[in-house]
Design a protein around this ligand. Sequence first.
Ligand code: SAM
Ligand code: SF4
Length: 326
Amino acid sequence: MTGISDSFQRPINYLRISVTDRCNLRCVYCMPEEGISLMPHFDILSYEEIYTLVKAAAELGINKVRLTGGEPLVRAGVADLVKMIADIDTIKDIAMTTNGVLLAKYAADLKEAGLNRVNISLDTLKPERFQKITRCGKLGETLKGIEAANEAGLTPVKINMVVMKGANDDEVIDFARKTQKDGWNVRFIEHMPVSGVDASTTLVSVNEIKKSIEPLGKLEPAQMETGNGPAKYFKLPGANGTIGFITPVTEHFCYQCNRLRLTADGKLRLCLLNEEEIDLREPLRSGASVAELKKLMEAAIAKKPKSHHLAEGKKGNGRPMSQVGG
Ligand code: SAM
Ligand code: SF4
């Protein structure tokens, strides 16, 4: 197996899978409070179907998988899916992005099944604000989830904070302090205008974020032991943990994009911010072989766009993050 590249010579080795469009939270930047139209169960890929598609992708050179959603832990038996994927020899890294609410319950089982690590989304350390941003969540549950993930060895645990002006940007310094005091690995993410989300007044650029943590000392470049994704990592003086910056809006990283996305309803998505999708579910359900699925994926990869256009003011429209897999 030699691996596959797209038409811009970018090696493609990473698949992000949305295992469900359902979620137990309703974060203001991701889902509407109500009236969200959920996919019928029949439309959502079964675990066997996801497994078959991962197997085909692995034969093309995919060796890293991330389970996301929606909230992956609200789908029953997701550890079974982890186990199935972990049994594919050439998959070297299985990670999950989760809001952490159910992690205290499942962390040990997930580790046992073969999950390597988790990224946990957390935008505030204030209980009332947590409830406001997530519309229904309890901060304590996610904090317990973080603890459980560390105890289970789903490490390095990375904490993802979407920074929003006027909503939580005053806490950037508190999150940065956590890297010094508690060894957290924190990643600050720019708020993206996806699927009708208006980020025009809330975007906090990476430069502004860096400025607000200046009182804690000079940031020195650091290596993160896993993941060669879009984040740039640094450390503050005396910190065991790292600080990462993910800048999809102000400094896009499309030139090094190595990823594909599989939506909960079985479409291969070539870019989070581009609506083009290739349906794999229909061929799969009509009996396509792994070899035929590989051909469809290969043709799709050849069409992966060069970059998104957020910097030029274009927005990501179409499906919400929860369906595409953030
Ligand atoms: N439910 C899981 C969670 O919250 O971690 C996984 C799915 S969620 C869609 C994945 C990631 O996308 C989260 O870290 C979330 O903060 C991020 N996200 C969602 N909408 C976003 C937006 N408009 N801009 C930036 N990040 C966003
Ligand atoms: Fe749910 Fe994650 Fe979206 Fe929040 S960001 S609503 S937790 S899918």
